[in-house]
Design a protein around this ligand. Sequence first.
Ligand code: ADP
Length: 506
Amino acid sequence: MDTNKATANTMIEGMLQTALISAPIPILVFEGLDMRLTYCNDALLELWSRDKSIIGKTFLEIRPEQRDQPFPELLKNVFLTGKPHTDSEALAYIVKNGMPVAYYFDYSYTAIRDQTGIIIGILVICRDVTQQVLAKNKVLESEARFRNTVLQAPVAMAIIKGPDFIVETANKESLQLWSRTADIIGKKIAEVFPEVQEQGFLNILNQVYETGELYHGNEVPVELMSSWQRITVYIDLVFHPIFEEGRVTSIMTVGYNVTELVKARKDAEKSEAAAIEARNKLELALAKKDEFISLASHELKTPLTSISGYLQVMERSNFEGRNKLFVQKTFQQVKKLSSLVSDLLDVSKIEAGRLQLVRCPTVIREVIDEAIDLIRHAHPDQEIGFSSDADNVSVNVDRHRIEQVLMNLLSNAIKYTPGNEKIEIRLSADNTNVKVEVQDRGIGIAECHRTKIFSKFHRIDELNPVISGLGIGLYISRQIIERHAGDLWVDSEPGKGSSFCFTLPL
Ligand code: ADP
């Protein structure tokens, strides 16, 4: 029976020996306080890149580089106290090809005692976890890099972790945008921002978390509590899912505060709307005014024509002395009134695009002669000079309208020339145009008024109310000339006189 037991023990010992030798983790035994290696398996020889000749040597003889590492001291401690020592992911340098190489180990030191309980050696079991540690470090490093990127980003960035949306990282731009301080880190979004729940942001976060789909919104209005008052900020917002092993574990929020931009645009839109409203009102008022002028001048035209007719009859009747003079004066005033009403009617026609031209071949010299006659009749004392080098030139124009322009230029020349200084009319032509010039030696026109006098109702203020007028004669004249594809302009020197010229294409 005893012999059988001894045989069984020897077999078990043999099996254990084999198991230890072929175990995939390094196992070794040191004996004595100087840690002399008495046993090691193949995995250890492979780790240390050595052969069995190391057996019988001390730890420091085999691995002199361990002198500066904590392990000899830790082994000694276990040997002296009997207390086992374990550690995980411990860094150890092993010299390979003359260079120290970093390894990480999970290991245990256990005291070995003899039958009397005295410590005689140490069993060392270690597991090389270098690859796992390096991989883990890489993940940690990239996580740290990511967190740093978030913290240093120039826009508001934060990481919200887990299904409870715990604020894991938030840079200072985020805290500023959210009107919060760093003590929100580690807290749930729902606790930190009770005000955003009702605005639907938790639902959006839930959706991103569940579907893994990115959310982004532009100029999203967000109401936040700031010092116990609600403020509205506008944010360009992104909720970016972060995946780990294929599932969303956190959400990165990126926000860019565009409140000032949105406000500035809204203000601009408001003032633009106000400007449009004002412009519409003005256009409406102008349209009403034009409508009134058109209506009033039409209404005046008919009675004025009748009055003129009656006055003409009266003029031819046997009125004598003062009565005759009164009739003549009245007739003159009515003529003036008629011409004003005609001008106003013309303005309405121009505005409505209804100024008709009745063109026929016209010798311009004849039109000038007629105009001079009419002016001489009304102003017998006025000296008018006329020179022409285009006597027979004929153009296809509306004779009455061209005469209207001439009459306007001539009566202006008289009106704005104090005293009866001579007015000169010149007619000339070249290959393309006929040109008429009316020159006076009157008050002249300052530079700043020279373009404006051709616009509707523009009169030079200083002349009001000394010289009467509506400020529409030149406007109508220019429209007439331009409708004939010609030009009308003025050259002038204040105090010396003006020269109005127009051309008509041949
Ligand atoms: P009105 O003479 O009825 O005011 P016009 O349209 O004919 O209107 O002229 C516009 C303005 O141009 C006048 O009010 C006047 O100030 C200026 N103007 C026109 N002709 C002359 C001129 N020959 N000399 C100086 N100023 C002139």
